[in-house]
Design a protein around this ligand. Structure first.
Ligand code: 1PZ
Length: 215
């Protein structure tokens, strides 16, 4: 991308939203969590049109959750914890099969949450990769270890094809717009523990309420 286009994007700032999403009591503030995801979608769009079907799905999920946040019960959606409590207490979640609440906040966030595990695995591979590392392989391995198990064959196939279109490691770093490769690696080292923590807090919350398999 041209230098001018780069000015308003920096991968570090997008990841910083996840840091902001952790409240002092370790709840996950939905607004910042969604801001983090929006930033990742912005990044994905910079990588090219072949990732459009992925960014469209992520965007629509972000939008569903933003609608709850801006809706009449918005204050119940302040944190992921309050959202889970509110939706469960008011029977707003289809727990076993899709019924009258096919797009609950809990169900929608679970999809992003599963993708956050992919992100964690992928960024860790990127961080520890050698100069000749292949982003497409890092991406595919991370996907196969995480998200793939939740996707039907046709989505896995399309994702696999898209991964092949990823730029090489150095070009990928440039799209991140963080600085030199060393600076990217250092930034990832600082940002990743936060992503891990947000993932783990959400994972424990969902496990506690038996929400990890909602359709
Ligand atoms: C850097 C390269 C980006 C690779 C992104 C790796 C993730 C591949 C995900 C492929 C998703 C394909 C499109 C949609 C799938 C949906 O069916 C599922 C389940 O939702 P449902 O159908 O139940 O409503 N959606 C998801 O699993 C959410 C996927 C979000 C992916 C966000 C990626 C963000 C990329 C950040 C880049 C650093």
């Amino acid at each position: 991308p041209a230098a001018s286009e780069n000015q308003n994007f920096c991968f570090k700032e997008e990841l910083d939203a996840f840091k902001l999403s952790l409240s002092p009591t370790k709840e996950v503030i939905l607004e910042h969590y969604l801001a983090g995801w929006s930033g990742l979608v912005k990044f994905l769009n910079r990588l090219g049109n072949v990732f459009g079907f992925i960014s469209k799905d992520a965007s629509s999920k972000i939008q569903i959750l933003r609608n709850f946040l801006n809706g009449e019960s918005g204050s119940e959606y302040f944190t992921v914890q309050s959202m889970v409590k509110y939706e469960l207490e008011n029977k707003l979640v289809d727990l076993k099969k899709a019924g009258s609440h096919p797009e609950s906040g809990c169900r929608t966030l679970l999809r992003l949450h599963r993708a956050l595990r992919w992100l964690e695995l992928f960024l860790e591979r990127l961080r520890t990769s050698q100069e000749d590392g292949k982003t497409s392989a890092m991406c595919a391995e991370s996907y196969n270890e995480s998200l793939a198990q939740f996707h039907p064959w046709v989505v896995r196939k399309a994702a696999g094809l898209a991964f092949c279109m990823l730029p090489g490691r150095l070009a990928f770093f440039e799209v991140m717009n963080v600085g030199t490769p060393d600076q990217v690696v250092a930034m990832l080292g600082e940002a990743l523990p936060v992503v891990t923590e947000v993932y783990q807090i959400t994972q424990e919350l969902y496990a506690k309420h038996d929400l990890l398999d909602i359709p």
